[in-house]
Design a protein around this ligand. Structure first.
Ligand code: FAD
Length: 294
């Protein structure tokens, strides 16, 4: 154990209890490692009410190269803790079907073509609240706000921890403490009065009682913070899918945090963060890679 900095000695400290920190902490524990998680609360961005776990991304329907592997691992990691709702209909314009069909075949993502587009039976959505709460069960978590890192992590209330290794999984809010750059993109998820059939278009996704953006055209609705324009962007996208405007009862706001690489070395350990819009898809895969390397 490092001596002389006066904090409580800890083997591996995972900073953050969002989907990245919790995935890693559970994997390390399963490998018999002693882990302490330090976090202000369970998740920041990970508290988005409903998350879609989907490797087909964006307006151009790029299929992430490691998306199929990530999807399979996310399913295995989450299934013991949360109900997973499988199956999503992706609307695809006629002109783009051939290109997408080729990609889906190349990466081996199961799919069935339908009149409106492609049905993806292994893509799923989940409610994040119960998932985070149940993934946190049994882990050693010190709740508190970290205010400084100098090889010892200093909490606002005076507690200090000196780890042999620290993994930063603190998302956007704690990144400044570790000198990480990154890009922040604000966004909202609208909560709807009615439950809707899961569907995805070039603009929005519908799942459970949530309406979120699948492609963010910031030029179309104005720069963040979220504006009336973004609400209109989402609602008109939903209307194109449903043939009506769903009734909105509430909205959740959050920030996506993107780094070029989700796993990097930092002084004293690693950063496992910066997953942008795909934390629920990619965090388990990168957490596994790190857990295997430690
Ligand atoms: C509107 C919106 C919709 C989204 N939809 C999806 C989706 O459908 N599918 C998908 O895969 N992804 C989606 N995302 C992205 C996803 O939410 C993120 O990629 C993911 O949640 C990031 O998880 P994380 O564990 O890296 O960080 P976070 O969830 O941000 O967790 C950070 C953790 O660090 C802790 N922390 C931070 N600072 C401190 C500090 N100073 N002291 C102590 N603790 C601290 C926090 O308390 C928290 O526990 C969406 C994001 C937004 C904003």
């Amino acid at each position: 154990m490092p001596e002389g900095r006066g904090g409580v000695p800890v083997l591996i400290l995972v900073f953050g209890a969002g989907i990245a920190g919790l995935s890693l902490a559970r994997m390390l524990r399963a490998r018999g490692r002693r882990v302490l998680v330090v976090a202000e609360r369970l998740g920041d961005a990970s508290r988005v009410p409903i998350a879609l776990v989907n490797p087909v991304r964006g307006r151009r329907e790029v299929v992430l190269p490691e998306g199929v592997e990530a999807l399979e691992l996310a399913r295995t990691v989450y299934a013991p803790f949360s109900k997973l709702h499988f199956g999503l209909l992706r609307w695809v314009p006629e002109g783009e079907r051939e290109r997408l069909a080729l990609r889906l075949k190349e990466v081996g993502l199961p799919h069935e073509w339908r009149r409106e587009g492609v049905f993806l039976p292994t893509v799923f959505w989940l409610e994040t609240g119960p998932l985070l709460a149940r993934m946190a069960e049994g882990l050693e978590i010190a709740f508190g706000r970290a205010v400084a890192w100098d090889g010892t992590l200093h909490l606002e209330d005076g507690r200090r921890y000196t780890p042999e290794l620290l993994v930063y999984a603190g998302g956007a809010r704690g990144a400044g403490l570790f000198g990480l750059g990154g890009r922040l993109v604000a966004g909202i998820e609208l909560l709807l009065e009615d439950w809707v059939e899961p569907a995805l278009s070039h603009r929005v996704f519908l799942a459970g009682n949530a309406l979120g953006g699948s492609y963010l055209n910031l030029e179309a609705y104005g720069e963040p913070p979220p504006t009336q324009g973004e609400v209109e962007w989402l609602l008109s996208g939903a209307e194109a899918l449903l043939g009506r405007r769903p009734k909105v009862v509430s909205a959740w706001r959050g920030v996506r945090f993107r780094l070029f690489e989700p796993l990097t070395a930092i002084p004293g350990g690693y950063a496992l963060t910066g997953f942008g819009s795909t934390g629920f898809l990619l965090a388990p895969l990168w957490a596994k890679r790190l857990a295997e390397a430690l």
